[in-house]
Design a protein around this ligand. Structure first.
Ligand code: ATR
Length: 278
């Protein structure tokens, strides 16, 4: 490609209006003075496959994939990273020179990097983790926590079978906890994470009692709207350390940006502000 051809990437979903990814990548493109564009593309399910296949011919280096396509995009990939294969979903797609698709999943990476950046003393190996929820996001987080070395992973979900399914995938280090005993299961845990949609604006609230948490239990939430969920606010009131969920979104975007635009981007306060201010 000639020097004046802009580099292109996108986020694909349906609907797509809510995605914050264009703000994240737009900030980095400006910051690093890169001649490129990152755009939201809404593709209806009937247009998804043809739409994706057209993108490399239009000059796109890759795309992020969001709801509802994170699983189905794997059917189109010619290569799949180990972590995406294990999770059964991808969020970061790169086009190879022949137009074929490499699928990766950076959600778990984003989750771990967010905790490492905001709580440098946090070591997942120090104690069990308690995961609330067993949906798509939980899968990536469970996988990443296990890889990071948690000695035991306790998981509680309203629909117990979904938690049980993760034991089938990840093995005996994962222990299923009754949804109504989730609070007690924080005893001895180093890490507690909410991966459910509870606490999100317009959703119900998470009923969790922090009395079983120790003073070194780190509390985190993947919900970032509001930034400080009632779950995080109550943990803070009890003097526990907390990390909000926005950083996961920012960190999961970094590998794609690096790959498509050639710069390893910084996740810092300026980026947070850019995204929060919209
Ligand atoms: P995602 O892929 O974004 O994680 P999801 O797969 O629909 O979304 O998962 C949402 C999670 O929030 C699930 O763990 C879900 O529990 P169920 O598996 O029982 O559906 C959880 N969740 C959503 N609403 C809930 C509620 N009112 N009470 C308890 N858990 C809830």
């Amino acid at each position: 490609m000639s020097v004046d051809t802009p580099l292109l990437a996108a986020v694909i979903g349906w609907p797509i209006g809510h995605s914050l990814s264009p703000l994240v990548h737009g900030h980095w493109l400006r910051r690093y003075g890169i001649h490129g564009y990152y755009i939201p593309i809404g593709l209806r399910p009937e247009n998804f496959e043809a739409g994706i296949r057209a993108l490399p011919r239009l000059g796109f280096a890759g795309v992020n994939v969001t709801l509802p396509y994170k699983e189905t995009v794997l059917n189109m990939a010619s290569t799949i990273s180990d972590r995406a294969a294990l999770i059964g979903a991808a969020n970061t797609i790169s086009f190879k020179p022949d137009g074929s698709i490499h699928a990766d999943n950076t959600d778990g990476y984003g989750f771990i990097e967010n905790l490492r950046q905001n709580e440098p003393d946090w070591n997942p190996k120090d104690g069990p983790a308690l995961v609330l929820g067993a949906g798509g996001a939980a899968k990536a987080i469970v996988s990443a926590l296990l890889k990071a070395g948690v000695p035991e992973l306790r998981i509680a979900n309203r629909t117990r079978q979904r938690a049980q399914n993760l034991v089938e995938i990840y093995g005996a280090r994962v222990k299923v906890i009754d949804w109504n005993k989730a609070s007690q299961a924080a005893q001895g845990a180093r890490t507690v994470v909410n991966t459910t949609s509870l606490g999100m604006k317009g959703h119900g609230s998470l009923n969790f009692s922090f009395q079983w948490c120790g003073s070194d239990t780190l509390i985190t939430d993947i919900v970032y709207n509001p930034l400080i969920t009632p779950f995080l606010a109550e943990a803070r009131d009890r003097g526990l350390r907390t990390v909000d969920g926005l950083g996961m979104l920012l960190h999961q975007a970094a590998p794609g940006f690096h790959h498509w635009f050639g710069v390893r981007p910084a996740v810092d306060q300026a980026l947070r502000e850019a995204v929060l201010l919209g």
